[in-house]
Design a protein around this ligand. Structure first.
Ligand SMILES: Nc1ncnc2c1ncn2[C@@H]1O[C@H](COP(=O)(O)OP(=O)(O)O)[C@@H](O)[C@H]1O
Ligand SMILES: [Mg+2]
Length: 238
């Protein structure tokens, strides 16, 4: 379990998130919801070790990881698929996938097996291994970003706004795939503005508003909560 206690993150003099206390339980799908600017990405970056905690602490089981750097967190299996997908557009699909394995020292044979494993659900990626990533469709790029995250052999995979800019039918395909990852026992943290798709897959959810946790609970309860839709996510209830 990853536990966060009293986390605050600053951008210079501006405090973007404050007093965040939450946990990521082994094997669950956790949704982090909230409108634009609520602090979702900031929270994910702090978990990934990409932004320092101004206050509070984070632990992975018994280990305090508050000051662990990004590489150390990847080595521990805490992996972020960043907002905007973080593709290297000029690199090939294969090269992007191999970047995901940078923290693992592996033989080229083991890496080839990993490439096969993470692309198995994506025939369209397999056909395009040598192609420039920038030439893929938005949906294919998001699948590639998730597959690249899997190359790091995560125990917790955090995905920031996977459905942003994708057509509904592609979002459905993506979530079908995320469901299959969940079924393999992976812990997932999914950041979304699109409440319904996220609550459709999640076990639990936290709703951020203005840098603080405004609401938390079981996904099933929140699905039926008009308070959630009306108060915190008025513009993003689709
Ligand atoms: N690099 C940055 N510099 C200064 N302020 C930032 C930066 N990134 C985000 N913020 C601010 O922090 C707050 C939270 O942003 P963010 O975590 O990106 O929200 P979300 O991902 O929920 O849309 C917002 O007020 C945003 O303007
Ligand atoms: Mg964001």
């Amino acid at each position: 379990m990853i536990a966060v206690e009293g986390l605050a993150v600053d951008y210079g003099p501006v405090r973007a998130v404050r007093d965040l206390s939450f946990e990521i339980r082994d094997g669950e799908v956790l949704a982090i919801l909230g409108r634009n600017g609520a602090g979702k990405t900031t929270t994910m970056k702090a978990l990934a070790g990409l932004l320092p905690a101004a206050e509070g602490r984070m632990s992975d089981g018994d280990v305090d990881i508050t000051r662990a750097g990004a590489d150390e967190r990847v080595s521990r299996g805490i992996v972020l698929v960043p907002e905007g997908r973080g593709m290297f557009a000029d690199l090939s699909v294969r090269e992007n996938l191999l970047m995901g394995a940078y923290a693992r020292r592996k033989s080229s044979r083991a890496l080839r097996e990993d490439l096969d494993r993470v692309t198995a659900p994506f025939p369209r990626l397999r056909e395009r291994m040598a192609q420039r990533s920038g030439s893929l469709s938005g949906g294919e790029q998001q699948m590639l970003a998730v597959a690249r995250g899997l190359m790091a052999e995560p125990k917790v995979l955090m995905i920031d706004e996977p459905s942003l800019g994708l057509a509904p039918v592609i979002v459905d395909q993506l979530y079908e795939f995320l469901g299959s990852i969940r079924d393999q026992g992976m812990t997932l943290v999914i950041v979304e503005q699109y409440v319904r798709v996220a609550l459709g897959i999640a076990d639990r959810a936290y709703v951020l508003d203005k840098g603080e946790i405004a609401l938390e609970g079981d996904a099933a309860t929140l699905r039926d909560s008009p308070e959630l839709i009306d108060t915190y996510l008025a513009n993003n209830a689709a």
